[in-house]
Design a protein around this ligand. Structure first.
Ligand SMILES: NC(=O)c1ccc[n+]([C@@H]2O[C@H](COP(=O)([O-])OP(=O)(O)OC[C@H]3O[C@@H](n4cnc5c(N)ncnc54)[C@H](OP(=O)(O)O)[C@@H]3O)[C@@H](O)[C@H]2O)c1
Length: 264
């Protein structure tokens, strides 16, 4: 399928690993001029080089932490006028006892998972409006919709993000700017692997990635029967980044192998 985005400028904020990288690859394959960001330089440079070579396209790496004003300014300077913006950002790790969460923990979660994406969108929406076209896709989490007691540092801030985009997307759609969110379930990514020890501790398991994954699979009874790879969500993200999604506005697409029951 031709996504009709060849030659457009696209930012994948959080594009050096996991679902961000998988999305970046689908966009590069479709011929965009790509900008990818991350905090860790070495992995970011490697990803940019690999993607550029694989798809024979321009990929500019920008070391930038989306949760800080300084990081966001670095991104804005590197790419002031994108047509496409996708954002993923990593909130604090799974929490322990909810009674021990402090205002500082909450501020950290909100700075990262809510204010970061909002500030990036706030900068680029007027640019896209002026162009008369734009696409924004937040890669958030299914715990925005399905609360989990151990994901309080991720879910509540993302529920607020989803609320924000529900309102703003309806305002900006008239200018050809569509905003949608993807709410992923369990994915086998670099980020998930980094959290294996925390998960193992939280559930009293051996800190062995295979043991933890088997536990998740059994415990969550994912109807699809497996924990997905990042590549399993990227085609949907790329579609939402394209003109083919012109009638999809303010939606939250859950990609979780059927894990959570919900009619809509
Ligand atoms: N994997 C899952 O099972 C799962 C489930 C539900 C929701 N999610 C959500 O989906 C999103 C992607 O998860 P993932 O598993 O693909 O993560 P991942 O493998 O860790 O990849 C995250 C990417 O974003 C970058 N990044 C993270 N925080 C950033 C920040 N503050 N500023 C700029 N770049 C940042 C990372 O690079 P650096 O670390 O170098 O910055 C990396 O390139 C996250 O929001 C996560 O909460 C994941």
């Amino acid at each position: 399928m031709d996504l009709q985005i060849s030659g457009k400028k696209a930012i994948m904020a959080g594009g050096s690993a996991g679902m961000g990288r998988a999305t970046a690859e689908r966009l590069a394959e479709a011929g965009v001029e790509l900008y990818i960001t991350a905090r860790r330089k070495e992995r970011l440079l490697k990803a940019a080089e690999e993607i550029a070579q694989k798809y024979n396209t321009s990929v500019t790496p920008v070391v930038a932490d989306s949760s800080t004003e300084e990081g966001r300014q670095a991104l804005f300077a590197a790419c002031p006028d994108p047509d496409i913006l996708s954002i993923t950002i990593k909130p604090p790790p799974p929490n322990g006892n909810f009674l021990e969460l402090t205002p500082e923990n909450w501020r950290d979660s909100i700075d990262t998972a809510l204010i970061g994406p909002i500030e990036i969108m706030r900068r680029y929406i007027p640019v896209m409006k002026d162009k008369g076209w734009g696409r924004i896709v937040n890669i958030a989490t299914f715990s925005a919709k399905n609360p989990m007691i151990w994901r309080l540092m991720s879910g509540p801030a993302r529920s607020a993000l989803v609320n924000y985009t529900a309102g703003v997307s309806r305002e900006v759609a008239q200018y050809g700017v569509n905003i949608n969110n993807i709410l992923p379930g369990m994915f086998q990514t670099e980020g998930a692997s980094e959290l294996m020890e925390v998960y193992a501790q939280a559930f009293g398991l051996q800190p062995d990635p295979q043991v933890v994954r088997a536990h998740f699979q059994e415990h969550n009874k994912i109807p699809a029967g497996f924990i997905a790879d990042a590549a399993d969500m990227a085609p949907m993200a790329a579609l939402l980044c394209s003109p083919l999604s012109r009638f999809i506005v303010g939606q939250n697409i859950v990609i979780d192998g059927g894990q959570h029951y919900s009619l809509f």
